[in-house]
Design a protein around this ligand. Structure first.
Ligand SMILES: Nc1ncnc2c1ncn2[C@@H]1O[C@H](COP(=O)(O)OP(=O)(O)O)[C@@H](O)[C@H]1O
Ligand SMILES: [Mg+2]
Length: 210
């Protein structure tokens, strides 16, 4: 279980707290939905959880131990908003192997299966994939790192309607093996995905009923 305790974060360049005394628990294989308007602090919250930045106050606890940002980077697989913009590989295969000296093909095949891309051509460039498939590829890249928690920042942003449902199915599939935090400004899309919903408003997190 991951626990955030009294997390407060104010960027060095900012005059206001972006995260204000946040408390949150996430259990294994649980999906958590965090919604909030643009600028409410959603991406910042994911950056803190995933160890890309450190809060000024508060503790982050994993399995009863306080964990630093380095450990959080290991634990979390962060899929940024519009991840396809950051693909570096000339081919899908190279994108998946990026950063590894050697990686077994079977591992790659396994993660591709998990994200529903078993039949894609690894020698094609990533931009030949559909929008929904590109999001799946970005998730596959993170799964190769074996994260415990997957963080998805606005996973449906910029996709057309049919693709949005595709992403929802992907998230459901992932939850059999991972904890997942989904951040979105379109919560109605994820209504039936989880009962654990939160609203972030100006850095404060509240539970949403129902
Ligand atoms: N490094 C930073 N320096 C100054 N302000 C920041 C920084 N990062 C985020 N902010 C501010 O924090 C607020 C929340 O941003 P963000 O987490 O991106 O919100 P969201 O993802 O919900 O749209 C915004 O007002 C943004 O301008
Ligand atoms: Mg954001």
């Amino acid at each position: 279980m991951l626990e955030l305790e009294n997390i407060t974060y104010q960027p060095q360049t900012g005059r206001k707290k972006v995260l204000d005394n946040i408390n949150l628990k996430i259990n294994e294989n649980e999906i958590i939905l965090i919604c909030g308007n643009s600028g409410s602090g959603k991406t910042t919250l994911l950056e803190v959880i995933s160890g890309l930045t450190n809060p000024q106050r508060g503790r982050i606890i994993w399995k009863n131990q306080i964990i630093n940002s380095r450990k959080r980077r290991w634990l979390c697989g962060m899929v940024f908003q519009f991840p396809e913009r950051f693909f570096l590989g000339a081919t899908i295969g190279k994108e998946l192997k990026f950063g590894y000296k050697s990686i077994k093909d079977i591992r790659i095949r396994n993660v591709l299966k998990k994200v529903g891309l078993s039949t894609i051509n690894l020698t094609a460039p990533p931009d030949k994939l559909s929008g929904g498939q590109q999001r799946r590829l970005a998730v596959a890249v993170q799964l190769l790192r074996n994260p415990n928690i997957i963080l998805l920042d606005e996973p449906t942003a910029g996709l057309d309607w049919s693709m949005k449902n595709d992403v929802k199915e992907l998230i459901l599939g992932l939850s059999s093996e991972n904890s997942i935090i989904v951040v979105t400004h379109e919560p109605e899309l994820f209504q039936d995905l989880t009962s654990k919903k939160f609203l972030l408003t100006e850095g404060k997190l509240e539970i949403l009923g129902g």
